[in-house]
Design a protein. Structure first.
Lengths: 219, 439
């Protein structure tokens, strides 16, 4: 188990970060090239001012019609995504790893706060799980891919919380947590999680169409 | 859970189309379409949709039926996702289902863009499904007939070349009994604007041409109508997925305006025609903007009012409500001008909720009403949410500056017993304006 742990925090971590960063860069550049090649009569209308204005509405809770009409999803989605970013980046345990291996260090969230935020993510995953099972219009469109992605994110944070609270074998739980986290990183550019990369552009594009051609708001 | 397969409607165009298909043929056409015409938008939309279901509440079909197979994302899941999952190799019956969803259960109204955090353009995806069905020869017979008419006559309603100027002259003659000096000027080079209408106007709504002529006459503007093909600004080929015919129609329309050397094109109160001329045809033809400026009637009436060219004898006294047509509101942002014109004409305007960009669709547009009788009941029952929205205003007059909206709303009004009647802005202006030279 120690060997696996060392593998996970060593070579696999390098591999995961490399695949995540290079994979994301490749996907973004390839998509840009495809857009220029095949969607020229749509790319022509891209307008950053309109895109940014629309994005400002969409990253504000209840700032767009879709958010206002789906209040439950809105609250959970925002809480989920905020915590999803804060915890991995500002958790003391993560910073300690970077400090140990590379000598990089930055301010951390207090442990209890990070713990609470992680539990929020797990709770949000349970909410999404419940929606996929119980809400007919969500169940209708749910496929295997959606279960896997949700399970991957949920497992990463759940194992993190369990490891922090020392529930179960700590080395095993920590190793599992690291492996899940690495799998999630790698999954970002190559699965539905790529909405993290492309979502701002797809929203920005349609906002440009609405703003500069159709002179109507898209939020 | 129910799917499109549980509510198939027999249509001879769809049936005969799929009877000619094999999975191999479908796959070949699908792959060519994806490789040739789809790019980053389709790829991104297919990949990033997180299947959150937030768009459900955007769609009038879902809001009316509360059936999960009618949500925007469900329509994509029953069409494009299936095709991509199978790499296009599907049974012909799947194409029947795709066609019924794409042509008759989505109005391409784009309301769902206000609901999707990722900005996925479901209307675009459904348009590509239609494009595939068109390429496979699977289109509902009624709308295909209008596309054939466009192809053969350059207008939607099989209006013959001589019937068109004849109709205009007939309307001119009628109008001259009321306004002795009125003309419907044909082919006047260098006029300020060319007025174009949709083919149903000469076919069965000729009074709209009469009214427009009366308004332009009273306003003292310099205008003309073409006597040749290119006069029809409607475009059903855009909705069948026949981009080639769509572009021919738009080219003829622009080139007619160029031949007449007008400063701009003013279009009648139609929504889809405006979408075709303003937002779609130019792109296919390779123009970023329009070779001749394009103005919708709502915008034009607003300008006439600003210039003091329309004077009223009185305002419309009864309360009215405003229906915002998708193609000129989400498609051109005319919501405020529509209100200013309506308030200029009417004493009492009651807003419906939601309104402006967030308005519910009429459920007739996007070619759905043009798919004809087999699908009529679906689009009427599929818009009970609109009936509720209209009823809640408590008024009896509905202003809707779009032909398709008129058709759809009148059907809903009659089905749900709403005791309302629809009006174009032109109807109101004609009724209320000063007619100085009228006899």
């Amino acid at each position: 188990m120690h060997a696996l742990f060392n593998l996970a925090v060593g070579p696999l971590a390098w591999l995961a970060f490399a695949l995540f960063i290079l994979g994301s860069a490749y996907r973004l550049m390839a998509m840009r090239a495809l857009a220029l090649k095949k969607d020229a009569s749509f790319v022509a209308y891209i307008s950053w001012p309109h895109a940014l204005k629309s994005l400002a509405h969409w990253i504000t809770p209840f700032g767009a019609l879709g958010w206002r009409e789906n209040p439950g999803v809105t609250v959970v989605t925002f809480a989920f995504h905020i915590c999803l970013f804060l915890v991995p980046l500002f958790l003391m345990g993560h910073i300690a790893l970077f400090d140990a291996f590379h000598g990089w260090s930055w301010p951390a969230l207090p442990d209890t706060v990070a713990d609470t935020l992680s539990i929020v993510v797990v709770a949000a995953c349970l909410y999404f799980l419940w929606r996929r099972i119980a809400v007919p219009e969500v169940r209708f469109i749910t496929r295997t891919h959606d279960w896997l992605v949700l399970a991957l994110v949920g497992a990463t944070f759940l194992t993190g919380v369990l490891a922090y609270h020392r529930i179960g074998d700590n080395l095993f739980m920590t190793t599992l947590h690291i492996l899940c986290g690495e799998a999630m990183l790698v999954a970002i550019p190559f699965t539905r999680l790529s909405h993290m990369l492309f979502g701002f552009f797809s929203r920005g594009y349609i906002a440009s169409e609405f703003g500069s051609v159709r002179h109507a708001k898209d939020w | 859970m129910k799917t499109i397969a549980d509510r198939l409607i027999e249509d001879v165009g769809l049936r005969r189309g799929v009877d000619r298909l094999t999975p191999e043929k479908i796959q070949k056409v699908f792959k060519e379409l994806v490789a040739g015409e789809c790019g980053a938008r389709m790829k991104t939309y297919m990949e990033t949709c997180v299947r959150c279901g937030m768009c459900a509440k955007a769609c009038h079909y879902y809001m009316s039926h509360k059936d999960p197979s009618y949500t925007p994302v469900a329509k994509v899941s029953q069409t494009m996702w299936r095709l991509f999952d199978a790499d296009g190799k599907v049974d012909p019956k799947v194409i029947y289902e795709c066609a019924q969803v794409a042509y008759t259960e989505c109005n391409l109204c784009r309301r769902c863009i206000h609901y999707c955090p990722l900005g996925i353009d479901t209307g675009y995806i459904i348009s590509v499904v239609r494009r595939l069905c068109h390429k496979l020869g699977v289109t509902p017979q009624y709308i295909q007939d209008t596309a054939h008419s466009h192809s053969a006559t350059m207008n939607q309603m099989w209006v013959k070349d001589d019937e068109w100027p004849d109709t205009l002259q007939w309307q001119e003659e009628e109008a001259r009994e009321e306004f002795p000096g009125l003309r419907i000027p044909l082919d006047v080079e260098g006029a300020d604007f060319m007025y174009s209408v949709i083919a149903p106007e000469p076919k069965f709504r000729t009074q709209l041409i009469y009214q427009a002529a009366a308004i332009f006459n009273a306003a003292g503007v310099s205008w003309t109508m073409p006597s040749t093909p290119g006069w029809d600004n409607s475009n059903m080929a855009m909705f069948t997925g026949d981009s080639e015919i769509m572009a021919r129609i738009e080219r003829a329309h622009y080139e007619t305006a160029q031949r007449l050397r007008v400063k701009r094109i003013v279009m009648g109160e139609c929504g889809h025609a405006f979408r075709a001329v303003y937002d779609v045809g130019n792109r296919w033809l390779g123009w970023k903007w329009h070779p001749v400026p394009v103005v919708h009637s709502v915008d034009f009436f607003w300008q006439l009012i600003q210039e003091g060219r329309i004077k009223l004898t009185h305002k419309y006294a009864e309360p009215v409500t405003i229906h915002d047509p998708c193609n000129i509101i989400r498609g051109r942002g005319l919501m405020e001008k529509l209100r200013e014109v309506t308030h200029f004409l009417c004493e009492n305007v009651v807003e419906m909720t939601p309104n402006r960009e967030h308005n519910y669709c009429c459920c007739a547009g996007g070619g759905v009403i043009n798919c004809g009788p087999p699908f009529k009941n679906v689009r009427i029952v599929g818009n009970s949410i609109k009936a509720e929205q209209l009823k809640a205003t408590g008024v009896h007059t509905l202003v809707a500056p779009c032909h398709n909206c008129h058709g759809g709303l009148e059907d809903i009004i009659s089905k749900f017993g709403l005791n309302m009647h629809t009006k174009f802005l032109g109807d109101l202006i004609y009724e209320l304006m000063e007619k100085p030279e009228a006899e």
